[in-house]
Design a protein around this ligand. Sequence first.
Ligand code: PGA
Ligand code: ZN
Length: 398
Amino acid sequence: MRVADVAVRETFDSRGESTIEVSIQDGNGAISSAQIPSGKSRGGKEAVVLPYARARIAGKVIRHAVSGKRYASIREFDRALLRLDSTPRKQKLGGNVMLGVSVAFARGLAAAANKEIWRILEQEFFSKKARVALPVVFSNVINGGAHASNNLDIQEYLVLVRMRKPLAASVKTIIRFYEALGGTLKRKYRMTQLPVGDEDGYSLDFKNNFEPLDILSALIRRLHLQKDFSLGLDAAASNFYRSSRYRFERARLTTDGLLNVYRKYFRDAKLLFSLEDPFEEEDHAGFLKVSAAFPEKLIVGDDLTVTDHERIAHYAQGCVINSVIIKPNQVGTVSGTCQAIRAAQTHKVACIISHRSGETGDNFIIHLARASRAYGVKIGAPVNERVPKFDELIRIYE
Ligand code: PGA
Ligand code: ZN
C-alpha cells in the first residue's frame, strides 16, 4: 500500500480524557483510521503516551517519513516507524501515535484487499492450523482500586464466561447477569442507585476485599451458571504497594502475607480461577510463589509483562506466569503486539487480549483475538461504551 498522508487528531475516551485518532490516506484516496484507548493503572515499562500537542508533532514526523512510500506488509511499515523511534518505550513518537498509525495502516491494507482486518493479521502473523475455539470473555463487573473511589484495594472483579454459539445468547447471559448483580447489590445495601467505576463495574463500598467474590459466587450458583461462569481478579497490586509493603485493608503485608490472603481466597471461593498482577511488577518472587502454589489456576501478567515479547518469554520460562494480558498500546505497534502473542504461544502461555480503562469505539482488539485464536478477551462490563466490542465479537466469531 502506498501511503499518501497521515493525520493525528484529538478525540476523547470513555473517561472524557483526551486521546487521539490517527488516519492514513492511501494512494487511491481511501482513508482508514484508528482510535487509541488509554490506561490509568499503567505498568512502569509501558510505551509512553504523548499528550495531543506532542502527538500532533509526532504525527507530522511520521507523515514526512512515510508519505509517498509503498509498504507491502504491516511488518515492513512498522519497521519504518521503529527506525524513526528505536527507544524501548517509544519516548520520541509515543506508543499512542505509533500504534494509531500502525493500526490505521493495517486497516488500509485490509480495505485494499477487501478483507476483514483479522484475516490480514492472521495471514501475516499467525498459523491457521490451530483450531478456532470461542474465547473466554473476561467481563469486569465490580470495580475498585485506581478505577473507582470506593474502599476496594483490588481493582477488578471479573466474570469469566465461556462463549457458546449462538454468541448473542452468551452475551445476553452476561448482560442479564450484570443486571441481576445490580439488583442484588441494591437490595443488599438498600440503595436505589449504584455508583460505577471506569470500566462500568459497580463501585460501591464493600465489607472487605473478599465480599464481592462471595456475592458473585452466590449469584452464579443461584442462576445456575457454574457450567460456563467462573471468577477472576485483577489485583493490579503495584497500585497498593508502597514502601516495601502491600497496603491491604489497613494492614501492611509482606509478599508472604499477601500470598496467604490469596490462599484463603482460592480456598473460600471455589469459582475463583484467574488472578492478574497479584503482586507488584518487580515482585517476581511473589508471582513465582503463587504460580507454584496454584498451578491449576491462571496466574496472569499485565504490568509485569507489558506486552513485551522478551519479558513474556522470560517469565514464561521461569514459570512466573501461565497467562498474559495483551494490550497493543503497551508496546506501540501491531507487529510488536503480534510478536508478543507469538512468544506467549511458543511458551504455552494463554493470551487474554485486553481493552483499557479509558476506551474508544475502536474494535481492533477483537480482530486481534480472532486472528491469533486467543484464549480470552477482556472487555469490561457489558454496557455503554463497552458494548460495541461485544457486538463485534458476535459478528466476527459467528
Ligand atoms: P488500565 O487498567 O487500562 O487502567 O491500565 C487495566 C488493567 O490493569 O488491566
Ligand atoms: Zn491489569
